[in-house]
Ligand binder design. Sequence first.
Ligand code: NDP
Length: 252
Amino acid sequence: SYENLAGRTAVVTGAASGIGEAVAVTLAAQGARVALLARRAERLEAGVEKIRADGGQALAVAADVTDDASVAAAVERIHEAYGTVDLVVNNAGVMLPNPIEAARVDEWQRMIDTNVTGVLRVTGAFAEDLTEAAAQGRSADLVNVSSIAAHLTGFPGFAVYGATKAAVTHLSAMLRDEFGPRDVRVTNIEPGVTETEIVSHLADGMQEQVGGMMEAFGALAAGELADVVAYVTSRPRHVNLRQIMVLPTRQV
Ligand code: NDP
């Protein structure tokens, strides 16, 4: 168990499944109040039910991180229910690998809108909350879920996805310049292959490629990433783990 998480107020994006859902469940189990944000309302409600059944506090907030009005409405809803947010996990993301010659500008744009602009939109929306919480002497955290794809090569078709994650990693580093001096921690987490439904959203050929890789590496479980989020956000407030790669041992 982790100290210092009881009484925190968290928002987790992409909490309808996979890593985000696991993060929400773990933070709630440690006593945080958690707003679960994603587009699929019924999946969020299922997560909230699970948390509440275990005695935790959670709120389902259906919203699309690519949409200004949707995020603004979500912020209002969360403020009404929980007040100032002190822990934001930018986890929502999409992975749509495709060969460059296919020129899938639509899919490139979706990845950029979700993985980069979505992270910025949510960060901007809660920036005041985080600095306000820190000014009151509370712990305040921004956690961005990037990917090992920010660094790796050797995965044909993943150039644009990797570029969006490299952007997240660099944003995390540079946002510390703004947040750090105001006692808001910024942590960038780069997972390796993790078993979630992200693979089921891939096109057929790609599904086999990534599925095979998961089997060969022994993919991480979403809960193992959630543990990392709970660890970094529960350190004493002057300790900021700013950059963490988490890989299956066999993934080289
Ligand atoms: P999932 O597909 O299970 O989770 C992605 C989540 O993001 C879903 O809950 C989805 O819910 C939500 N989401 C997608 N688009 C939007 C949007 N526009 N607005 C709000 N929510 C959205 O996959 P993972 O759990 O694997 O992915 C979580 C993060 O981890 C992603 O950023 C991914 O890139 C990253 N990652 C994953 C790795 C892996 O191997 N699985 C490795 C490295 C990084 P909904 O559709 O309901 O909106």
